[in-house]
Design a protein around this ligand. Structure first.
Ligand SMILES: [Ca+2]
Ligand SMILES: [Ca+2]
Length: 207
């Protein structure tokens, strides 16, 4: 009897641990793209990142940008619901750069909130020369994690930049895009992610 009870408690404990592992943030404060709990295209609150009941507003885009530099704390206490609402393209992956670019595209009227969006995976290149980061093709957003805290300078006046410690995101709240030289910094890149100006995902290779 005791052995069965103990086994039952152990199984419940493992299940709770697994659920916690899925729902908790990583050690670095960011959330890896995870599968949405419910079908993203059936989510009537898609696009409402700040959970004020209004989807696709500039405030939602600012919350989304803040997540990339400040982590899940930027989404408030109900970050799980904010994350579910962040799957704008309906591909099942939340809190991604393609979703952010598409959100901004919908806000400025360049895109419609059609779900799921037909995504086209691109393959582009980047390189760093004399502390200047360049990209080969036109992009709508870029996210970087560096191996140390350092000064970071934006080299394209059409774009905006937000940074905190070793994280930086380049974006445009009016839907602008960039290519070529984009940032100057003296550090090594730990992580780099980008999205096209249309919100398509990109596999980025170092040139
Ligand atoms: Ca909102
Ligand atoms: Ca998505």
């Amino acid at each position: 009897m005791c052995k069965k009870l103990f086994t039952g408690i152990t199984i419940i404990g493992v299940l709770v641990l697994v659920i916690l592992m899925i729902s908790c943030e990583d050690n670095d404060g960011t959330l890896d793209p995870i599968d949405s709990i419910k079908s993203p295209c059936d989510n009537e609150n898609r696009g409402d990142i700040n959970l004020d009941g209004l989807p696709y507003t500039i405030a939602d885009a600012i919350f989304y940008v803040n997540y990339f530099v400040y982590g899940l704390e930027a989404l408030g206490p109900d970050f799980q619901t904010a994350a579910e609402n962040s799957d704008i393209n309906g591909d099942g992956k939340v809190l991604t750069l393609p979703d952010l670019v598409l959100l901004i595209g919908i806000i400025v009227g360049d895109e419609t909130p059609f779900c799921p969006k037909n995504l086209e995976l691109k393959r582009y290149e980047y390189w760093v020369e004399n502390t200047v980061l360049s990209v080969s093709d036109e992009l709508g957003a870029l996210y970087l994690e560096l191996d140390r805290v350092t000064d970071i300078h934006l080299l394209n006046s059409d774009m905006e930049m937000k940074k905190d410690t070793n994280r930086v995101i380049v974006y445009s709240l009016v839907g602008d895009a960039f290519s070529g030289q984009i940032l100057r910094f003296d550090a090594n890149i730990v992580k780099i992610e980008v999205a096209t100006a249309e919100g398509d995902p990109v596999i980025l290779h170092k040139y």
